[in-house]
Ligand binder design. Structure first.
Ligand SMILES: [Zn+2]
Length: 165
């Protein structure tokens, strides 16, 4: 934040220096002129120092503004990305984000990792196969999470009588 007092100090200092400059024209005593010039130099140096401090604060503000703009843009980008997906219940409390058909933009259907999604990150789930209980196994290569989607069907082990010996 810019220190307003510092900035008004610069302006008033320069005004005082100009006023002294105007009075010098009317002074004939060289000793008085010298002391007035020295006084002016001190005021101008003080104003210059304050102006540099204000300039530093201004650069910090410009940098901070640029960083905030980048953060806002990133949030806006993520909101646009997130709006293309919806949370889908695959049964028995198994969830993932799925690409909405009307927002596919030519991309094939796919699912996103629910953990990465909550951290504002788009990470595709990769199909790994089916479990014995017929759930679909997916892996997120970003967070390393394993996801089992779908309802579990009862596994039927062959009865002893049906087993071949
Ligand atoms: Zn993930």
């Amino acid at each position: 934040m810019i220190d307003i007092a510092l900035w008004s100090g610069v302006a008033s200092g320069l005004k005082t220096a100009v006023d002294i400059g105007k009075t010098i024209k009317e002074i004939n005593d060289l000793t008085v002129i010298r002391s007035k010039v020295i006084e002016m130099q001190d005021i101008i140096l003080g104003a210059q120092s304050s102006a540099m401090a204000v300039q530093t604060q201004l650069f910090e503000l410009i940098q901070e503004n640029s960083e905030l703009k980048a953060k806002v843009a990133a949030v806006d980008d993520w909101k646009a990305t997130a709006a293309r997906y919806q949370l889908k219940d695959y049964g028995e409390g198994t969830y993932a984000y799925e690409l909405k058909e009307d927002a596919a933009n030519g991309e094939p259907p796919h699912k996103l990792c629910p953990v990465c999604f909550e951290n504002d990150k788009r990470s595709l789930l990769q199909f790994q196969g089916k479990t014995v209980s017929k759930q679909h196994m997916y892996k997120c290569h970003s967070c390393g999470g394993d996801f089992y989607l779908g309802t579990r069907s009862e596994t039927s082990w062959p009865s002893r009588a049906n087993r071949r010996v």
